[in-house]
Design a protein around this ligand. Structure first.
Ligand code: PMP
Length: 392
């Protein structure tokens, strides 16, 4: 077969560049500790911010939904895959996000892939933060709008782009992550809102890492800044803090209606499965009625960040539980992560091209599921390994 030789040579290139990956195999639910390749280790890698991925209430909701609706929706939403659970989830998301309406997608990636190309068209312009997530970049590519990039969170550069281009385009859409996943910093939303008002542009905020983390009961970055009603498109995922899978746009009734007619991932991809939708509903209800999950997440994050800083680690500019340990050199970061794993701590290295060359880091993801003893052990492993390898 021809494909064998083509891809064998591409794979050898990856091996030569030392970026070939062997995926670790998980043998347990996602939790504070996981069984990875047969070994129990502390998990500082997942986006399971609130510990919902293996939560009893969510699991029971999923089991009940399987009994009632089966495991698959059997069709895209626009044919017969619009189960009453999807309607319930969308209504609940609108209430949770304090927006008029919401529409859920099969994943956060699918949401950006479907929504952006439905929102802008030829003759429009997308202006995107340079550190926006890959799904935004791909979503923008799928649209027929022109694209410009502004330097990360640089409001002068964004204004320059808006000023230069306002008269050349029908609509301008400014896109930003709410919380940036590799550094943990929060987008300057109030300033972006001011600029979009001044230049009559629309604003699209992908709050994958802010939802469930920031704002009242985890309502997200828009709530954190009290900007409800001022963001045109509020995007979130159901796969991180919510612990399941899926993505959504919360916006006006008109936008949701339009996406139902034009978002290609709604029209051409089967809807979320019944157990997933039911688990998401249970998660959001839990989040809206309990502050304990977000409070514990933040307590844990502050404790861990204080601990690693006192050891001499540089945690960059994080403002959230995402805790990068800045290393710099790619090989050093990979080596450090390997040593951590040998000592019982799984924290993944983030290297080029995910982050710029020379800015490699170990990204530690803190969760409400961690207990003090997990965090203390993690800090002590980081201390030992850091000194051994000359990282601190
Ligand atoms: N947007 C952002 C900002 C993300 O960080 C991610 C996940 N890495 C996604 C979208 C994609 O979400 P999902 O994993 O639900 O497809």
């Amino acid at each position: 077969m021809k494909n064998k030789s083509i891809f064998a040579s591409k794979l050898s290139e990856l091996k030569e560049q030392k970026v070939y990956r062997i995926l670790p195999i998980m043998n347990s639910p996602i939790g504070a500790k996981v069984n990875l390749d047969g070994k129990e280790v502390i998990n500082l890698c997942s986006n399971n911010y609130l510990g919902f991925a293996n939560h009893k209430v969510l699991k029971n909701a999923a089991k009940d939904a399987i009994d009632k609706y089966g495991v698959g929706p059997g069709s895209v939403r626009t044919i017969i895959g619009n189960i009453s659970l999807h309607e319930e989830l969308d209504k609940l998301l609108a209430i949770f996000k304090r927006e008029e309406a919401a529409i859920s997608f099969q994943s956060g990636f699918n949401c950006n892939a479907g929504a952006i190309q439905a929102i802008v068209e030829s003759g429009d312009l997308i202006i995107s933060d340079e550190l926006n997530h890959a799904s935004i970049i791909d979503g923008a590519r799928l649209s027929r709008a022109d694209k410009k990039i502004y330097r990360h969170a640089d409001m002068d550069h964004l204004e320059e782009q808006l000023k230069q281009n306002r008269d050349k385009y029908k609509q301008i859409l400014v896109i930003t992550d709410g919380v940036f996943s590799m550094d943990g910093d929060i987008a300057p939303l109030p300033e972006i809102v001011e600029l979009t008002k001044k230049y009559d542009a629309m604003i699209y905020v992908d709050d994958a890492h802010g939802s469930g983390v920031l704002g009242e009961n985890g309502r997200g970055t828009v709530d954190h800044f009290h900007l409800h009603g001022q963001i045109d498109f509020c995007i979130g995922t159901l796969s991180k803090a919510i612990g399941v899978i899926g993505g959504y746009v919360a916006s006006s009734k008109e936008v949701v209606d339009w996406l139902n007619h034009r978002a290609r991932t709604i029209l051409f991809s089967t809807s979320m499965t019944p157990p997933s939708v039911a688990a998401c509903i249970a998660a959001i209800k839990l989040l809206m009625t309990n502050k304990e999950y977000t409070e514990k997440l933040w307590r844990n994050a502050k404790y861990f960040q204080k601990g690693v800083k006192s050891l001499g680690f540089d945690i960059g500019k994080t403002q959230t539980p995402i805790t990068p340990l800045m290393i710099g050199d790619e090989a050093k970061a990979n080596r450090f992560s390997k040593t951590l794993l040998e000592k019982g701590l799984f924290a993944s290295p983030i290297v080029f091209p995910t982050v710029p060359k020379g800015l490699a880091r170990i990204r530690c993801m803190i969760s409400a599921e961690h207990e003090m003893e997990n965090l203390d052990k993690a800090i002590s492993i980081l201390d030992k390994a850091g000194k051994e390898q000359g990282v601190i």
